[in-house]
Ligand binder design. Structure first.
Ligand SMILES: Cc1cc2nc3c(=O)[nH]c(=O)nc-3n(C[C@H](O)[C@H](O)[C@H](O)COP(=O)(O)OP(=O)(O)OC[C@H]3O[C@@H](n4cnc5c(N)ncnc54)[C@H](O)[C@@H]3O)c2cc1C
Length: 263
């Protein structure tokens, strides 16, 4: 079986800063990490490999040269190899153009029986890229997958986390599966895995390599425009209740809540 895992390198969540002028994320000099929710996709791919003989896992990421380290982290966990999609023309991509770049690469280096993605990236947080890749490749997509019940050469049976429970869904392969945290506990890479990852070369593919016209990549190929980005302003016009006389303080609080029709 041939498996692909889509991983994104994201800024460490506590370091995210936005440029209010341009509406873009300030990415320079920012600590980056493998999207934490993609660890679950990587783990599930590695578990599928452990259950099925002759399985190969390729990690695919679109990003700047530094994103190779996210791919290596996945290799250290047990994936076999990786491909980095990196080109100046990819920059400024919205979710559609990102998916277009990933699906063009998959068409070039695939086919894959199974494609894993995380539920969402912790920076963009749209959850659109996985389903868009599936749509562009015209394959079934299974989202919010919390358990894989069965995979064989022709089909996959999964449990999806839905409001109030789980539903069991079956699809034919090839298919794209995006997973939720509940699915597994990602492993910590072993020293052997880390050494193997360090020694593994991650080839870089450009727009030309994946056969993608520049007009369909990056900002040029992005139908979305960020109209405005701003930090919400917090106003705190609070009323201070003097707590030295507890009875008066409680009465004042109850009156306050009554005035607001909250009790
Ligand atoms: C006009 C515009 C310009 C933008 N410019 C940039 C830019 O220059 N640089 C930038 O980083 N972002 C840019 N963005 C944000 C960009 O759209 C998203 O970061 C990106 O498309 C992924 O969407 P997301 O973060 O919501 O991922 P989600 O859809 O939430 O991710 C879901 C899953 O898809 C997979 N995935 C997502 N992204 C990738 C990827 N790159 N490679 C491999 N797998 C992936 C992962 O498995 C992930 O868990 C821009 C957005 C807009 C609207």
């Amino acid at each position: 079986m041939r498996i692909a895992v889509l991983v994104k390198q994201v800024p460490s969540t506590d370091k995210v800063k936005m440029d209010e002028e341009t509406g873009t994320m300030v990415r320079s000099a920012m600590d980056a990490e493998l999207n934490p929710l993609d660890l679950y996709a990587v783990e599930e791919a590695v578990r599928a490999k452990e259950k099925t003989e002759e399985t190969e896992i390729t990690v695919i990421s679109m990003g700047p040269p530094a994103a190779a380290s996210a791919i290596k982290e996945a290799i250290a966990m047990g994936c076999d190899k990786g491909v980095l999609l990196s080109d100046k023309v990819f920059s400024g991509a919205d979710t559609w153009a990102t998916a277009r770049t990933l699906s063009s690469a998959i068409e070039k280096i695939g086919p894959y029986d199974l494609i894993f993605a995380g539920e969402r990236a912790t920076d963009g947080e749209t959850g659109q890229v996985g389903p868009s890749v599936a749509a562009q490749l015209d394959m079934p997509v299974l989202t919010y997958v919390s358990k894989i019940r069965e995979v064989n050469g022709a089909r996959i049976v999964v449990e999806r986390a839905v409001e109030g429970g789980h539903e069991v869904v079956e699809a034919s392969l090839p298919a794209l599966v995006s997973v939720v945290k509940e699915i597994n506990e990602p492993r910590i890479p072993t020293l052997k895995g880390k050494i193997r990852a360090k020694q593994t070369e991650v080839p870089v593919m450009t727009a030309q390599d994946v056969g993608l016209d520049a007009a369909h990549a990056g900002l040029l190929g992005s139908p979305t425009r960020v109209v405005k980005v701003f930090y919400p302003s917090l106003s705190r016009n609070g009323t201070i209740v003097d707590g030295r006389d507890p009875e008066r303080a409680v009465n004042a609080l109850v009156q306050f809540l009554k005035d607001k029709a909250l009790v």
